[in-house]
Design a protein around this ligand. Structure first.
Ligand code: 2AM
Ligand code: CA
Length: 262
């Protein structure tokens, strides 16, 4: 059992409150699939409702902190601290009634992520991490896997979106990785959960292009605090500017960079 900081407690509380709405709305999706209009507008509403609860709760506890969130964008307050929020990560899964999506919240201080939580409300899996204090799944310590040979690894990715001008590159990377691993590459549809799964040792490596900061903010600290590496495709720390992210168990980092470079 770990001791959580006040900030993690604030994040968990906000997340659990918002998750109640998310679970209730997910239960409605099945009915809407068969309706003529489909669940599109309903999901957009859901996304906004969840975001509002999260921001209201987080700012109630920390009124001076700034916010960056997928739907509303930026709220500028305190210079040092910023909540980075993705209310539903894995929106397409949610819309199709597939129970694999998450709420993701990161806390940045002076440009560095210091806390993160990723919550899968359907499986009731709460991933939390804090700088210097390790990564946890439902209060149990988690660590990255120890596999050191890429061929034995479970590798995951996401994208490309059909309007991406880097589709060809992404598909080439997919082909290259596919020829190196025995288990076919997984695409689970939620970047934050992909990173949480690497942190928990369920998967060994994750790469993706064109993600936004809110997709990866919480995942970054989870990976670091579970003993993994997070870099861009060049092995540098410019994953936000370069919009390429590689998260691994550390052991296969160099091998994955070589494949991305080939
Ligand atoms: P979302 O559900 O919040 O939109 C699917 O591959 C994952 O990538 C999801 O986490 C999805 O987040 C995210 N994603 C967001 N923007 C993307 C983009 N431009 N290209 C690929 N994936 C994107
Ligand atoms: Ca997202």
């Amino acid at each position: 059992m770990k001791l959580s900081s006040a900030n993690i407690n604030v994040m968990v509380k906000a997340c659990r409150k918002a998750a109640k709405i998310l679970i209730r709305d997910f239960g409605e999706i099945e009915n809407l699939q068969v309706s003529l209009k489909g669940p599109g507008d309903f999901v957009t509403m859901s996304d906004k409702k969840v975001e509002k609860i999260l921001i209201d709760e987080l700012l109630k506890a920390r009124p001076n902190y700034s916010v960056l969130s997928e739907e509303i964008g930026k709220i500028d307050n305190d210079e040092a601290y910023k909540w980075i929020i993705d209310p539903i990560d894995g929106t397409a899964n949610f819309l199709h009634g597939i129970p694999h999506f998450a709420i993701s919240i990161g806390l940045e201080k002076d440009g560095e992520i210091i806390c993160g939580i990723i919550y899968d409300p359907i499986k009731d899996e709460m991933f939390t991490a804090e700088k210097g204090n390790g990564s946890y799944l439902n209060n149990q310590r988690i660590r990255v896997s120890s596999r050191s040979q890429l061929k034995d690894c479970m590798i995951i990715t996401g994208g490309p979106k059909n309007n991406s001008n880097e589709s060809e590159l992404s598909l080439k990377e997919y082909i290259n990785f596919s020829s190196k691993v025995l288990i076919p590459i997984r695409k689970l549809g939620s970047a934050s959960l992909d990173m949480a799964y690497v942190a928990a040792g369920r998967c060994d490596g994750f790469w993706q292009r064109n993600l936004n900061y809110w997709d990866i903010a919480a995942g970054i600290i989870l990976i670091k605090e579970s003993g993994g590496f997070v870099t861009d495709f060049n092995g540098k720390k410019e994953y936000i500017q370069n919009k390429t992210i590689l998260a691994t168990n550390a052991k296969i980092n160099n091998e994955m960079i070589k494949v991305l470079d080939s």
